[in-house]
Design a protein around this ligand. Sequence first.
Ligand SMILES: Cc1ncc(COP(=O)(O)O)c(C=O)c1O
Length: 379
Amino acid sequence: MTTVTPFLPWNRPLLGQEEEAEVMHTLRSGWLTHGPKASRFEEAVKSELGVEDAFAVSSCTAALHLALLAAGIKPGDEVITPSLTFCAAPNAIVQCGGTPVFAEVDPVTFTIDPEAAEQAITPRTKAIVVMHYGGQPCDLVAFRKLADDHGLVLIEDAAHALHAWRDGLRAGSVGDLAVFSFYANKVITCGEGGMIVGRADLVQAARLLGRHGIDSSVWQRHGERRTADYEVTVAGLKYTMPDITAAVGLQQFHKLPDFTARRAQIAASYDRSLTGLPGLRLPTVLDGVRHGWFLYPVLIDPVGGRTRDTVAGMLLDGYGVGTSVHFKPVHRLAAYRCLDCHLPVTEQTSARQLSLPCYPAMASTDVQRVIDALHAIWA
Ligand SMILES: Cc1ncc(COP(=O)(O)O)c(C=O)c1O
């Protein structure tokens, strides 16, 4: 089949002159790596979230790895996490020598179910990594209590949820640690990047591990010229965010409220226009939630000869509209293949789920194009 042009991608970043100017300023400043811009980005996120500390890193995956290392995850430890997620958290658990234990998700929000997580706790459980699916936070109150009751470290994988709330709590401010992604398709981006925030002692441990285990930052040694000498106090990794990247992130962060408002507007248009198409289930936002709308996730029940895959194919081939799937269940991926994992909600959700385009770079005509295409497919 021929693809209709212009192609409307599932996602596209929105960058402007502010980012360009900040990057040019960095390039001309003589300081390219982790330094003053990274610190400003960290300060901005830290103060908005009201967390004790923040450390800007090269990706959310790096942040997850550091979070688990800082939490002390080691061989033999179990970490509870959903399977309906990106592979980054389970991979990071395995890289620490730990074992991911997959818990079922809630069928409405697709976020990890607190009761299922509680049932998965064993004497070997050391931590829980929750995930705020698509920008709708999991039950933060329940997970904070669960972690406290069982002496577990709570890590929020808030890759989708930099601007989301639930029950008066900001996503990323409740866990002992939380991580964010600034990957190219996220709610704000710097191409590749991430941040780890939370308890000062744990973030400081992550910061040390993320700069080779060196006891001072390169900015302190050479920018502020405090001392060029250093000590390696722990065998670490190199995960710091460079200032060129932080320059983009800083300017994107200022735009986050506007970006979220536009995402919410697009979601509302879809809600209004797509209600009532048989077999198409639109996302439910719980009371007390401010959704970040990283995803607009629909479920397509196999009725009327339509399936998720046929609809995705028709949108792409017939209307030039890109979509995505979030996610293939991790327990079914080749590296994990867990045969005795019983996760029917995860599997049914994954088989039916489709993410429609929902991002601030979309024009209203783009949104209408997606709506019209879906109506035509359902006609
Ligand atoms: C839930 C979740 N966690 C972590 C990541 C990894 O983010 P990064 O690409 O910044 O490492 C992603 C990426 O899409 C994600 O969706």
